[in-house]
Structure formats: structure tokens, C-alpha cells
Design a protein. Structure first.
Length: 177
């Protein structure tokens, strides 16, 4: 009986000391699970965000933090939380302006503004900044396309795509019979 009371007290003390920070490997595994089930299990996604934030807070100098901020932003995007995704992309970019992921963060910031928050005109200068800073980035063509189509309706976009498909079929070589 005495042992059980001591055990319960010890357990209570240990659990009241706060959450432990998960390891990098645990967080990476958690994100993989979240990305596979975010639509159906939002509580798991929100738990991942909290765990990743705790890791960043308790390991401030860890070089992996830039990647965890990216995963947090991606998780907010999967959850449809545009405002939080926007804040996370901006956080990554401002905290790690020289990191290669800063370019992606700027593009995704513009994309979230345009597509998730429906702030198309606010996204235009962000896309333009992206093209000025990263003209040869693999997302540059997508940024140009986004700028060209910001003021287009869905019907106009569909028509553009159909015309492009028709023109590429017309210019394709035909086989000789």
C-alpha cells in the first residue's frame, strides 16, 4: 500500500513537470503520419504542431528547426488554416532569410494569400518579389503563371488551359501512315 501511494505521488510529480520535447526522429515520424491522415485526423495534426513548436522552443539553436517550421506551415496548410500557414511561412523566411527554404517560403506565402485567403491582389507583390529575388528558382514559372492568372475567373482559366493544350497538340509531330 505504501509503495502504491509513493508510486502514484511520483507519477503525479513527473507528469506535472510539463511535456517532454520529442526527438527529431519522433517528430519526423509524426509528420509522416499526419501528412497521410491530416484530412481525417485533425487532432493528430494539431498535436504534431504543438510538439514541433515545443521542440523548437527547447532546442533553439538546432539547425533542424528551419525544417520543423516548414513542416508546421505545411500542416497548417493541410488543415486549411490559411492564417496560421501564412504566419509560419513568414516566420521561416524572417528567421532564416539565407536558407534555401526561404525562397519556397516566399512563394508559399504568396500562394496562401492568393488561394487560401483569397487575397489575390495582396499576393501579386509577393509573387513579384519572389521573381526578383529568385528568377531562376524552380518555382519561378509557377509564380509567373500565378501573376498572369490572378484576375482570371475559373472559366477564363479553363479556356486558357484548353487553348494551350490545343496549341501544343497542333504543334506536336504526327506519325506517318
Amino acid at each position: 500500500m505504501k509503495f502504491r501511494i509513493v508510486y502514484i505521488l511520483l507519477l503525479a510529480v513527473l507528469t506535472s513537470c510539463g511535456a517532454r520535447s520529442k526527438s527529431k526522429e519522433e517528430l519526423k515520424s509524426d509528420f509522416k503520419q499526419v501528412s497521410e491522415s491530416a484530412a481525417s485526423d485533425t487532432s493528430k495534426a494539431r498535436t504534431f504542431i504543438k510538439d514541433a513548436e515545443l521542440y523548437i522552443k527547447t532546442h533553439e539553436q538546432d539547425s533542424a528547426n528551419v525544417h520543423f517550421i516548414r513542416l508546421i506551415a505545411e500542416t497548417h496548410t493541410m488543415l486549411g488554416d490559411g492564417k496560421a500557414a501564412l504566419e509560419s511561412w513568414e516566420r521561416l523566411r524572417s528567421a532564416y532569410p539565407q536558407h534555401p527554404l526561404a525562397a519556397e517560403a516566399l512563394f508559399k506565402k504568396a500562394f496562401v494569400l492568393s488561394e487560401m485567403l483569397n487575397k489575390k491582389e495582396e499576393s501579386r507583390p509577393v509573387y513579384e518579389e519572389f521573381l526578383i529575388l529568385y528568377p531562376d528558382h524552380h518555382l519561378a514559372e509557377a509564380a509567373r503563371f500565378q501573376i498572369q492568372t490572378l484576375d482570371k475567373s475559373q472559366a477564363e482559366l479553363l479556356q486558357m488551359i484548353m487553348q494551350k493544350a490545343d496549341s501544343s497538340q497542333a504543334s506536336a509531330p504526327t506519325s506517318a501512315e
